[in-house]
Design a protein around this ligand. Structure first.
Ligand code: ADP
Ligand code: NI
Length: 202
């Protein structure tokens, strides 16, 4: 078993019991999106991107009380990975709030951040938003507001050309969804994207 396969196993056990938004399946989608973007962009270190994507939520403060990337670091050390600083730097560059909105400074960070954001938009983004809303006891309309506050803003914040292209389709699909939602609920106009950027883009 190579390190990537071991990382897949590791996150499957780590996220056991988490349904919906933050499960191993999310990290696997981010991994696939990140490798796709890296291939099309022709930049970044593949090993760093793959392991950073797989481990990007392994120390998410919403789920784990670890410090200093302890889960990811321990896994990487136990598997004799040499690029630990690069991988953890990419992991830590992904979170929008932790970095006060600054763009990641490395191609690996930019690619994994785009991959994570892609999973928050489109059909999968809609599914995750309602799963999050349900988990937190929010009404459907409260979750719909999250689209205007955050999800409709993600497209314009993408770092890579490939990320932007993939985000474009997903963005349009969300707009169509919102339009229908408003038609069916009798609320008229679609949800506007807020002009001010805010919220945690992951
Ligand atoms: P990640 O760390 O994987 O980027 P987050 O922890 O920010 O993701 O959010 C997990 C999922 O829950 C995302 O799909 C996000 O859009 C959704 N989410 C976060 N906050 C809200 C909210 N207030 N209402 C609805 N969905 C939300
Ligand atoms: Ni994530």
């Amino acid at each position: 078993m190579n390190t990537e396969q071991a990382a897949v196993r590791y996150i499957c056990s780590l996220f056991q019991g988490n349904a919906g938004g933050h499960d191993a399946a999310h990290s696997l989608r981010v991994y696939r999106n990140a490798l796709l973007i890296a291939e099309k962009e022709g930049e970044g270190d593949r090993e760093v991107i793959a392991l950073a994507a797989l481990l990007h939520d392994a120390d998410d403060h919403k789920l784990f009380r670890t410090e200093d990337n302890a889960n990811a670091r321990t896994f990487l050390e136990e598997h004799g990975v040499t690029k630990i600083p690069e991988i953890l730097a990419a992991v830590n560059a992904v979170s929008f709030s932790q970095n006060r909105g600054r763009r990641p400074t490395t191609p690996e960070g930019r690619i994994v951040q785009d991959a994570d954001r892609l999973d928050a938009i489109g059909a999968i983004g809609i599914a995750r938003a309602f799963a999050f809303g349900g988990e937190h006891g929010r009404s459907l309309d409260a979750t719909i507001r999250h689209f205007g506050e955050k999800l409709l803003l993600l497209r314009d914040g993408m770092n890579t050309r490939t990320g932007r292209e993939l985000a474009e389709e997903r963005h349009r699909f969300m707009e169509q969804f919102l339009e229908r939602y408003c038609t069916e609920t009798g609320e008229g106009g679609a949800v506007p994207a807020e002009s001010a950027r805010q919220g945690d883009a992951g």
